[in-house]
Structure formats: C-alpha cells, structure tokens
Design a protein around this ligand. Structure first.
Ligand code: MYA
Length: 614
C-alpha cells in the first residue's frame, strides 16, 4: 500500500550527493573546518534549513506514520534478539515498503529519497529495533553505497534494482584481521589476469550481512608494476557477486547486541572478477572506502535520534507513574536532572544530524567532519540516554522484558563501527588543525622575511593578542543569526569559538608537523569542536523554531539553554586541559602504559594484603 503512495510522489525524487571532494580543502564553507579558524561559516547551519513545503511535510509524516505502525505491528524486537534472526514476515514487510532501497532512484526500483528523507525514516528502526536498522542499514548505508554514488550507469542498472527490492543483500567488505581503524592496510589481493579480469584471494572479518549477502563491495590490493620494475600494491574497490564462485562465509558471529543482523567472516578463494566490476580506477580504493563511510555516517546519527526518543518516552512515563517516598519520582531533582538532560541532548543530536543530511543533499563539499561529529555525538548521547533511562527505571530497567537492556547492548557497537569514535575524533582534530595550518602558511612564509613583511606580521600578532584577551571574538558574527532570547548563550558560544581558535593555533605552533603524534591534545581539540558544532546547531534550530507557527517555542528555548549550559562546560573543560600541567599528567599515563605492557599485567605494585609497614 505504502509503495503506491510513494510511487505517486514527485517529492521523493531528490537524489543523493555525487561524491568526490578534496578532504582538506584550501578554503572551505564547512562550519566545522571554519571553527578552527575562528570563523562562522553560515552556509549549512544558519538559518536552520527549511527543506519542505507543507504538502511535503504532510507526505513525509504520513509515510513515517504508516511505516512506523507497520514496523511496530510486525516486528518482535525481543524475539529477534533471542533468535538472532529476522522473521521472514518482517523481511517481507520491509521489502513491501521499499525500505531496502530508500535512496535508489525510482526508475531503478527504489524510493529515490534524499538524505533528509532517509534520515527521518531511519528514526523508526532506531526507536523500535536497532537490530533491524542494521539489517537494512548496513545493506544500503555502505553495502551498495559505492555503486550508488560512484558506480557507472551499467553497474547501477545491473545491481541497484536487485538490492533495492531486497531480493539480494549487499555487504561492505573492508575490515580484516589486521585492518581495523587503519583502513588502508588491507591484505586481500586481486591480481590482474591475462584476459583483463582479476583473481581475488583473501578474507574479511565482522562483515555485516556477510553470511546472507550476494553482492559485495570488496577492497583489495592490486599489485601494479612501476616504471622502475618494482611492484606496488594499490588499494582498489570491486563489486563481487557470490555467484562468481569462490565466495564463502563463516558461521554467524555471537555478539553482544544487534543480534538479528548477520555478522560473519567472508572468504575469497580464487574469485574471478570481470574488469568492469572495478569501482573507480586501480589505486582509488581508499578514496572509495572513505567516500562511502563519510556518506554513511549520518545515517547512524539519524537512527539514534529515534532511539533516544524511544528511551525518553519510556523514562518519562516511568518517572511520571512511579511513587517512592510518597511522591512521583519525577518530582525529585535527581530525576529531573536526568530527564531534562536526556531531552536536551536528544534535541541537539537531532539538530546536528539533520544539518549533516541537508548539507549532503545540497552537494556540499567537505561535509565529512560534520558527518563524523554527528556520528560521535549521537552514539555517545544515545548511550548516555540509555544508561540514564535504566537508572531512572532502576531494577525494572535492568530486566530483559522491558527492552531497555537490549537497547543498551545494541547501542554499544555504535561507538565502535563505521569508524570508532576515537579514530574519528583524531580525524576531526587533525584535519581541522591541518586546515588552519594551511591558513597560517602565508604568515609562516612572511616570517621568513620579517622586515619586508612587517605590516602583515604586526597585524597578525595584534589580531591574535586581541583574540587571546577576548577583545576580538566571534560573538557578533554568531549573534546575528540567533534569536534574542538566546543571545546570552550566543555570546558565550561565540567567545568559546574564539578561545578554541586561539588554542588550536597555539598547539599547532607548538607542535607543528609533530601534531600528528599528539593524540592527547588532538582528542581534546576534537571534543571542543564537536560541542561547538552541537551548540551552534542548537542555537540555529531553536532560533528557527521561534519563527515557526506551531513550534513549542518556549520549550525549545528551554531545551537550547539547557543543552548549551552543559556543552560550554565540556568545551572549556577540554580546552582547560591543554596546559603543561595536563601534559605532564599525559606523560605519566604514557609511562604507566609502557610499564603495564612490559609487565604484561595490570598489577605492578604490592597487593593491599601484602603491605607490611616496617
Ligand atoms: S565498516 C568498517 C569501518 N571502518 C572504518 O570506518 C575505518 C576507519 N578509518 C578511517 O576512516 C581512515 O583509515 C582514517 C584515515 C580516517 C583513520 N574522507 O594519512 P591519512 C584522505 C576523505 O590521514 P589514514 C563497519 O564498521 C586524506 O586527506 N578523504 O589516512 C560496519 C589523505 O588524502 P591525500 C579522507 O591515516 C558498519 C588520505 O586520505 C578522509 O590511513 C556497519 C590519507 O589520509 C575522509 N574521511 O587514516 C554500519 N580521511 O592523500 C551500519 C582521510 O589526498 C550502519 N582522507 O592527502 C547502519 C546505520 C543505520 C542506517 C539506517 C538506515 C535505515
């Protein structure tokens, strides 16, 4: 039934972003890159985007509600968890609704959704069953994404109808025993044959859908002879069909959560791949992998908005009905602090993920830092939300039947896969610092002839000093976009942006190229960047709501104020740590780790029971 509604729609024909942009640009209108330079790049954040007209809003809401009801009516989340699989009836329901190919163009059998539309639909699985989200999500977020965004027309016509219908499942094969965060270190090999085809050998691990997929995006090293006669391995992406022969898989992995989604090893033994199944060129595999991962990450954030919403509903309902000490527990400050913070964080999470999806729909270059921030942010806020929900519900939250402990198990992987939050923090921090380093390059060059360039250098120094003293800040640049009710918050966020810029430039000047080895610093810089982005997104969203006729204006101001208060503490907390005192603390930690590893044990000292005073 839903399919019919969808096929009538023009609105769902917005298409997806074409991939391919320079990862660290010379100049960018990305908000997060701009932060490192103390700039407010408004393009993809202020004003908060208004994407649809009323008719389109109604259409998306109608589709959302129908899909939500059908999902809720058919799915058995706890059963799926126990069984480690999905009921065929549920799989069929997902197929009937077209949910295996949300972004595939309509003419190729999909729903032709934009990123914003898919983000909205992803909230359903996020709220009702994260296992199902991964079952259909890995398939389209990364499984066949390379075909969708980088494939040739022939590839699209051949494969997309099959995967959009859910008839064939697609899987993304990057990870190997020695290739986790270090994505370029794959060992699987594909050697060119005389007839032009490639012979693939190797194995992949922890592949979502690996045991049920028929179409694989596989990353392998292709040995290429150089001009000097040496052989160099070049990472390359291929579409591999199970039907090519030589593709097998291991048993389903036993894992902590998202149990109804299949995870398995996949092996390639003398798999012959036609040359036309190469995605991009030989040596472009790393770029393909990055493009796919960049474009998939927003989906996680979007999904987890739904998860947080579902948890907040549960926690609020429980707190409103549970009586202890002769009163409903929501009357107590200890519970109010939890509920209000959970909601404010969910508000921020939602504000961030729809900005990312919208930027992607507008074919923004260099959205990848925002996408990484969104993934980190949503996965950590959702984890916090789940933890607090269980705490509010007490013993009840710990019980399987309530479904919250399943959410916690399901959620844990979101901070690990599609790029661990740790590696993504380093990516955000390092690429942002590299960007600002490029902006500083003309100053460094000028400093080589200080007399000839005195005016430039003096202006730069005075500028820096004014920023350090707080007499020149990004406050007015930010305030112009923000509703007066939130000007006090905009003032503080603007000041924090300038503090962040100064701190970034200082550590860059201190470490120069060695910044790449300073993870303790980079992690804190990234933390501040993520929070500045989230707070700015919240300012933008709550401002837009003040102009919307039916928004809960007052509540949105409350949510924004609540979120930004906490966020500023985190920003300043992270920047406060960039001191020599903290550096010596980190040195202690590095030393301690060395000693632990050398001892091969966490226990270096005497056991408390062995302490004898002499
Ligand atoms: S799948 C496996 C996930 N694995 C990863 O995510 C791997 C993480 N590692 C990396 O991303 C990279 O190795 C990092 C780079 C970032 C660490 N975009 O020397 P480099 C350029 C574009 O810094 P490395 C899974 O988990 C860079 O500028 N380009 O690289 C299943 C440089 O370019 P150039 C980038 O140190 C999940 C070059 O690359 C990017 O090796 C299932 C080398 O740079 C970038 N981001 O490390 C999920 N970064 O050479 C299901 C770097 O030109 C989800 N570069 O200077 C389902 C969700 C639900 C959806 C629901 C729908 C319903």
């Amino acid at each position: 039934m839903k399919r019919v509604i969808l096929q009538k729609s023009n609105f769902l024909k917005q298409g997806v972003r074409a991939a391919g942009s320079k990862p660290i640009p010379d100049r960018s209108d990305s908000f997060v890159f701009g932060l490192f330079n103390g700039e407010i790049n408004p393009k993809n954040i202020f004003p908060y985007p208004s994407v649809f007209n009323q008719e389109q809003v109604d259409e998306l809401n109608e589709l959302f509600s129908a899909s939500f009801d059908a999902f809720d009516g058919t799915n058995e989340a706890l059963e799926n968890d126990l069984r480690g699989d999905l009921d065929p009836e549920m799989v069929q329901m997902l197929r009937d609704f077209g949910l295996f190919g949300m972004q595939v163009p309509e003419e190729l059998g999909g729903l032709g959704m934009s990123n914003v539309q898919m983000a909205r639909m992803s909230e359903i699985g996020g709220e009702l069953d994260l296992g199902v989200s991964i079952y259909i999500g890995a398939h389209q977020s990364i499984g066949f994404k390379a075909i969708l965004i980088l494939g040739t027309q022939e590839m699209k016509e051949k494969y997309l109808p099959l995967v959009a219908s859910g008839e064939k499942i697609a899987a993304f094969c990057l990870t190997e025993p020695s290739t986790g965060s270090d994505a370029s270190s794959v060992q699987t090999r594909a050697v060119k044959q005389e007839d032009g085809s490639y012979l693939m050998n190797g194995g992949k691990i922890w592949i979502t859908g690996g045991g049920i997929a028929d179409i694989f995006t596989v990353f392998a090293q292709v040995p290429v002879q150089q001009e000097d006669g040496t052989i160099k391995d070049k990472m390359t992406a291929f579409i591999v069909e199970r039907d090519f022969g030589g593709v097998t898989h291991g048993a389903p992995e036993k894992k902590m959560g998202i149990k109804c989604s299949n995870t398995a090893e996949v092996y390639f033994d003398d798999v012959r791949i036609p040359a036309e199944n190469m995605i991009g060129e030989v040596g472009e595999g790393f770029k393909v992998a990055m493009e796919v991962l960049n474009s998939g990450r927003y989906g996680m954030g979007a999904t987890l908005n739904g998860t947080q919403k579902g948890l907040i509903k549960k926690a609020t309902e429980f707190a409103a009905n549970r009586t202890q000490f002769r009163d409903k527990i929501y009357k107590f400050g200890a519970i109010q602090e939890k509920l209000a913070r959970m909601h404010a964080e969910q508000y921020a999470s939602e504000a961030v993920s729809y900005l990312v999806a919208n930027a992607m729909d507008h074919k923004t270059e260099n959205y990848h830092l925002e996408a990484a921030c969104g993934k980190i942010f949503a996965s950590e806020r959702a984890w916090h939300c789940c933890d607090e929900t269980i705490q509010v519900m007490g013993g009840m939250g710990y019980m399987f039947e309530q479904g919250v402990e399943k959410v916690m198990r399901d959620l844990r992987i979101f901070r690990i896969f599609e790029g661990t939050n740790d590696i993504l923090r380093l990516m955000v921090g390092l690429q942002g610092l590299q960007y600002t380093g490029q902006q500083l390059a003309p100053i460094a060059k000028a400093a080589k002839s200080p007399i000839a360039n005195a005016p430039t250098l003096i202006k730069f120094k005075m500028d820096q000093r004014a920023k350090e003293k707080g007499s020149k800040t990004a406050v007015n640049d930010l305030k112009q976009y923000v509703d007066p009710a939130l000007h006090p918050e905009a003032q503080k966020v603007g000041e924090a942006i300038t503090r962040f810029e100064v701190a970034s430039k200082k550590i860059l000047q201190k470490f120069n190229k060695d910044i790449i080895n300073q993870q303790f610093h980079v992690k804190r810089i990234a933390e501040a960047a993520i929070e500045l982005f989230a707070s700015s997104a919240v300012l933008s969203r709550a401002t837009a709501a003040q102009k919307h006729p039916t928004a809960n204006k007052e509540e949105e101001i409350l949510l924004a104020k609540t979120y930004i208060f906490d966020s500023l503490k985190k920003i300043h907390g992270a920047l406060d740590q960039l001191t020599e005192q903290d550096e010596s603390h980190w040195k202690n930690m590095a030393e301690l780790t060395e000693k632990m590893v050398n001892a091969d044990s966490p226990v270096l000292g005497a056991h408390p029971t062995e302490l004898i005073h002499k």
